[in-house]
Ligand binder design. Structure first.
Ligand code: FES
Length: 575
């Protein structure tokens, strides 16, 4: 590397000077035992770590950070690990999604404020991957992702059990009297047996798959188990690569093209990925200035078959997907659908990721002539009930309910649902459509994963396992059912969901993209005119900032003032 090139590095503005500021920046770093020569102009690589013991899915990320460091040193860089806030999906109340944008702010400002030249994002649990990418996109340094990787397959009573998916099944079995409480409690320990993220195709592996298909990580990043030694090797190789990316000035904006996003949408459909990918990709695109809309998910992903036979759509787990060939093998099978020339962290085309990939188990990664489901991409629904759109995941729904008309039973709040759902006299049948309000971005707040409402107990006892459910909430990527989500605008923002009453008829036609409230136009207008916004409960702190500025689901639920980018320049010194 020439001296001229060294001077171009951003970190030189912190560590290259011979004045008071240079002294201060270097001297305090030297208290960690770093010798003089590491400040010689080599690339400084930030390792942005969402490690936390309260985010169990990311609890091993300090170990993977050591792997990244090995690679950075080997390639002639200087690695520095730093923490950002972490979001433990299963541990936070009211919902980790409330804090995704806060993490994104934290990541953005940390990357910009420190004297680093490139960044490795270490994340995995659902909201950490999108939060980190949103923040990084608003700064735009060379950036690469290392994901947590899935837990080992859950095991209980000699069977494989999957994170989340089997929790929902077991809890319904307990309510139906088919499983004892003792058995239910015993299954807990068998479900989560190692570090890593949910080992179903939940939101974490969905986002890791999308990231890999977008060329933002090394190949095989999505599915290798967290504790597989090859993930440590992948971390090492990622450390090597990010140093080269700095030399090549391969910034994130060069990889966040519309083609990369479309490849992410296609991969999401092919793996049977989570509906949460919709809000996250829209939010990342908003940061990157890419014109991605809800309709792109229908247009690009709607016709894509689901070929990955993993829970919740299928029967296997992510460890099985890794051994069957992982994402490179999946991409190989759907290569005719992907943009082969989309750029990657290597600078070359994404087709390099699948060129030599093979499928080792045709039941886990199905051939195209035997998919798990045809036309499995997330469908966007519109109609007078969701003027700005809603989504449904056909691969996790019941085929016979995808076109359905029935009377609504409305829960005005999540508390009302919890209170009434097990009432033996609840006036519902298997044809009733359950409607839940007040769970959108502003309403909950944070758009919680409560859209897969429990089936009323009296119906569970009759053997009913699925019903049409509609809300402004999200749903866990590990969940299943004929569940209409992300209704926009949400009820608390005055969307038509707010005016639905028990007994109103609703029509859903998922494959035609329709969601309609079947009341007369006059009645519809009268109810809308009479709607009053609910009292604002949040008067201070982050809750208030979030409530007052959050965008609706069809725009990615980012905060309105965070859309876009501010670059990496910081003109003023601190002393
Ligand atoms: Fe962290 Fe599922 S709860 S990945």
């Amino acid at each position: 590397m020439s001296d001229e090139k060294k001077k171009e590095l951003r970190s030189r503005h912190w560590y290259g000077g011979t004045d008071k500021d240079g002294f201060i920046h270097r001297s305090w770093m030297k208290n960690q035992g770093f010798p003089d020569h590491v400040f010689d102009g080599r690339p400084i690589i930030g390792i942005c770590n969402t490690w936390s013991e309260l985010t169990p899915c990311n609890s091993h990320l300090r170990i993977l950070a050591e792997g990244v460091k090995r690679g950075v040193w080997e390639a002639g860089g200087f690695p520095v690990e730093f923490p950002v806030s972490s979001l433990g999906e299963t541990q936070m109340r009211p919902t980790a999604m409330l804090f995704r944008n806060l993490l994104a702010m934290d990541v953005e400002e940390a990357i910009r404020a420190y004297g680093i030249d490139g960044v490795v994002l270490l994340g995995g649990c659902d909201k950490t991957t999108p939060g980190q990418l949103m923040g990084a996109a608003s700064v735009d340094l060379p950036t690469i992702v290392v994901s947590s990787g899935p837990m080992l397959n859950g095991k209980w009573k000699g069977k494989d059990i999957g994170s989340g998916t089997d929790v929902w099944k077991f809890s319904e079995d307990v309510r139906a009297g088919k499983m004892s409480l003792q058995e239910f409690m015993a299954a807990e320990s068998g479900m989560s047996r190692s570090p890593g993220v949910c080992m179903t195709m939940g939101t974490a592996t969905t986002m890791a798959s999308v990231v890999e298909a977008m060329g933002l990580s090394l190949p095989t990043n999505a599915a290798l188990p967290a504790v597989d030694a090859r993930r440590m090797a992948l971390s090492h190789m990622t450390g090597k690569r990010i140093v080269q990316m700095v030399h090549e000035d391969l910034r994130l904006s060069k990889l966040l093209t519309k083609k990369n996003f479309e490849n992410g949408i296609i991969a999401n459909a092919a793996v049977g990925g989570s509906t949460n990918a919709v809000v996250h990709l829209l939010a990342i695109a908003g940061r990157a200035g890419v014109d991605l809309t809800l309709d792109d998910f229908d247009r690009v992903g709607g016709q894509v078959p689901c070929i990955v036979n993993c829970m919740p759509s299928g029967k296997y787990l992510i460890e099985d997907l890794a051994y069957a060939g992982g994402l490179p093998a999946v991409m190989n099978r759907i290569q005719h659908l992907l943009h082969a020339d989309a750029p990657t962290v290597f600078g070359g085309p994404i087709s390099d990721y699948w060129r030599d990939a093979e499928v080792y188990n045709d039941d886990v990664i199905r051939p195209l002539d035997n998919p798990l489901r045809e036309r499995a991409g997330i469908r966007v629904l519109r109609g007078n009930l969701a003027p700005n759109g809603a989504v449904i995941k056909p691969s996790a729904a019941s085929e016979h309910l995808l076109a359905h008309e029935g009377p609504a039973f409305v829960f005005e709040t999540i508390e009302e649902l919890r209170e009434k759902i097990d009432d033996p006299n609840l006036p519902v049948t298997k044809d009733t459509i359950l409607v839940l309000k007040g769970c959108g971005p502003k309403g909950y707040p944070g758009m919680a994963e409560v859209g897969n409402m429990p089936i009323p107990r009296r119906l569970v006892e009759q053997g009913v396992r699925d019903m049409v459910r509609i809300s402004d909430a999200r749903m866990s990527g590990t969940a299943f059912g004929t569940v209409v989500l992300h209704v926009s605008p949400e009820a608390n923002a005055g969307g038509p969901l707010a005016i639905v009453r028990t007994g109103d008829r609703i029509r859903l036609d998922a494959m035609k993209g329709e969601l309609s409230l079947l009341i007369g136009e006059e009645e519809f207008s009268a109810r809308m005119a009479a709607w009053q916004p609910p009292e604002q409960k949040w008067t201070r702190g982050y809750y208030k900032l979030y409530h007052d500025t959050v965008l609706q689901a069809d725009k990615g639920a980012d905060l309105d003032f965070l859309v876009g980018a501010s670059g990496s320049e910081v003109l003023r010194e601190s002393h």
